[in-house]
Design a protein around this ligand. Sequence first.
Ligand SMILES: [Zn+2]
Ligand SMILES: [Zn+2]
Length: 239
Amino acid sequence: MPPALPLAPWPSACQVCGQWPATPLCKACIARFAPPTPRCRGCAAPLTAGFCTACAAHPRAPDGPADCVVAVDYGYPWDALIARFKFRGEAGWAGPFAQLMLRAPGAQGLLDGCDWVAPVPLTATRLAMRGHHPPWELVKALCRRHPRPRSADALVRLSDGPPQHRLARAERLRNLAGAFAVPPQRLAAMAGARVLLVDDVTTTGATLVAAAQALHAAGVARVDALVFARTPAPGDPLA
Ligand SMILES: [Zn+2]
Ligand SMILES: [Zn+2]
């Protein structure tokens, strides 16, 4: 029998600049488009440290995530790559995205300190439409790269509510009331636990707040959030 050949990665081009051969995201593009950026601990707006003036002035939603860490701002080139990940079934982007999430300031501490890493779930209808579960792919990729926490489908999503993208944050929160629940078979594991919620994109943070509230209502002690991309808001301090 001939000796087994060592496995070699297939050569490919950087999907942003086209450089070949490269990993799907080359080092130059990561340095240019995803520099590790300190952010507000509440809303993840780019900031030097602590909380932005908006988060410091207004009490945040009760039982929302304690800390929110984000890897990149939603914009070029991430918008197109996220669309491929979410809507075209290219689940392989979970690996490169997870690597960028792990580099975000504060991310390692959240992973070190949590008991469970849990995806923000999709409804069964949305899951059937997508054919895969992007936040769950991110959870698996994060847990493969970090030795400590375990992954858990800690939440189910009962409803999507009306389309969210045109609504203000308060309306989104109202729409999402009761949208998430902890399934009975997970209640014992969640009691007193620290959970890290993972999502692909956050805009106003309303989905994360609603998911965190459902976890707290089920007895979770602390919820944090780790998200790949955040849509920049007009009021961002550094926008
Ligand atoms: Zn590149
Ligand atoms: Zn803030």
